[in-house]
Design a protein around this ligand. Structure first.
Ligand code: THG
Length: 298
């Protein structure tokens, strides 16, 4: 017998998104993040948040259901910046936010500025991280992404990852009173270019997490194709396979239509898109955009 599938509910002030069960796959738009983007970092450091507006618009138009927001800029007050960004983004869109930081104070500032029920990104199985962050998750009635890695290693073996998931679930539910449905596991998709057995190990880990706990899962899907050519094809194919193994959301770039279409096709084929309404709506939107583009040239 497999465990019942959990449903994770997150909200903005006016919109609810449900992960898991028979719901559509949740696309968490990843670009509101200055990591590796020098110009964006300089702007944020100077207090100029205008580039965020463009990234939000692009992710929303591409089909994001939730926005991941990370304001990790070296030599800034990340807490203040993240709180400002959260408030600003909530004035631009009604999509719920996934608050992404490795700094505990920044997570707290983001949570206190947020209106709704946030997704916190992330904790690990390390005692210290759990002690620092789980009380905030409880206090602000949020859901949380948890990574099955320890102080000393990111284990690749599914058995070891399952043991860390077991620890996270036990501590979060029993010591902090967090509901099972509010724990979202990131099983850590590793680059296929580093080791071509990584894909299989990740898929097995996902299947076992779903069957044992019914937990929702997410992952940074572009990690899989790191260092390889043809990244979009790899990312889309990985997501489609992972969805059959229990992945219910991904932190990904919603600006990539071929990957978004593959996710939507997989939703339809898995019975997660009732009447095919999402699939048909996207098809009509694309047709309309093509007609408008053709009319503009003639
Ligand atoms: N799991 C969880 N959270 C995560 C990740 C994960 N948060 C951060 C990250 N991984 C996902 N977010 C991003 C955000 C931006 C970019 C990539 C992932 C990005 N990449 C540039 C690109 O692809 O062109 C390159 C930037 C660079 O490295 O130079 O902008 O896995 N829970």
């Amino acid at each position: 017998m497999s465990a019942p599938l959990q449903e994770t509910k997150i909200r903005s002030a006016s919109k609810e998104v449900v992960l898991g069960g028979m719901h559509r796959f949740c696309i968490i738009g990843e670009r509101i993040n200055p990591t590796g983007r020098r110009i964006f970092q300089d702007q944020l450091r100077a207090g100029d948040l205008s580039a965020i507006e463009r990234d939000v618009k692009a992710q929303v138009e591409g089909g994001a259901d939730v926005l991941d927001v990370n304001m990790g800029v070296p030599l800034t007050d990340e807490a203040e910046l993240l709180a400002k960004a959260v408030t600003m983004i909530q004035s631009l869109t009604d999509l719920p936010i996934c608050i992404d930081s490795s700094v505990v104070e920044a997570l707290e500032a983001g949570l206190s500025a947020y209106e709704g029920r946030a997704l916190v990104n992330s904790i690990t199985a390390e005692d210290e991280r759990m002690e620092q962050i789980l009380p905030l998750v409880k206090k602000y009635d949020a859901a949380v992404i948890a990574l099955p890695n320890d102080v000393d290693e990111i284990p690749m073996e599914p058995d070891k990852r399952l043991m860390l998931v077991e620890k996270i679930v036990r501590v979060a539910t029993q010591e902090y009173g967090i509901a099972l449905e509010d724990i979202v596991i990131d099983p850590l998709a590793m680059p296929i270019g580093a080791d071509t057995t990584n894909g299989l190990a990740t898929l097995e880990t996902m299947r076992r997490i779903r069957d044992t706990y019914g937990l929702n899962m997410t992952c940074g899907s572009s990690n899989v194709s790191f260092g390889m050519p043809g990244r979009h094809t790899l990312n889309g194919t990985f997501l489609s396979m992972a969805m059959t193994a229990g992945l219910t959301s991904a932190i990904m770039d919603a600006r990539t239509p071929e990957v978004v279409s593959t996710v939507k096709a997989t939703d339809l084929l898995l019975g997660h898109d009732e009447w095919g309404s999402e699939w048909i709506m996207r098809h009509r939107q694309a047709q309309k955009a093509a007609q408008e583009a053709a009319a503009a040239v003639t």
